[in-house]
Design a protein around this ligand. Sequence first.
Ligand SMILES: [Zn+2]
Length: 183
Amino acid sequence: MKILLNVVVWIVLVDQSCCNADLEDTAQRLRTLLEDHFSDIRHSEANPENKENAFNFIKATLEEYEYDVQTMAFSGTRNENSYEGTNIIAVLQGNTNPAEDEVVLLGAHYDTVATTPGVDDNGSGMAVLLDSARMLQYEMCKPINTIVLVAFDLEEAGLFGSHHFANDWLPGFLQTKTALTEL
Ligand SMILES: [Zn+2]
């Protein structure tokens, strides 16, 4: 389901008359991203080094694509186990007035379970997210609506990254947009 959703999102994003995407080039880029960066276990305890490498690569790639990248550290406890993670967030401002801006969220998670390399879950999503970030910046018309790109951490541990994003980051962001609308 997640893979299907990723593919659908990608098709919607690239199916624009002003998009110069060459599908063969895109497929090759996605394959390279998967093979080089999202084909090993990325779990906080099983392989923290790989997860940190993925974090650094995602952040550096979004910065290379000229996004203003934010990192969002979060922590908590569940079932007496404590956890610490970091989401990576990039915002592409839309081209409309704030009152009409319908913010689009594009997300994937970069952590994996402890026992698999997570190529499908969710390396495929991360590859699509990063190549979408590149295309949105360089190969497409300026989007009408604001697009928020998020690489979630600790999803496999219990949806922690998206939970903290939705509760701790998103309300403030939407409030700022509402404040702009009311100016
Ligand atoms: Zn997953």
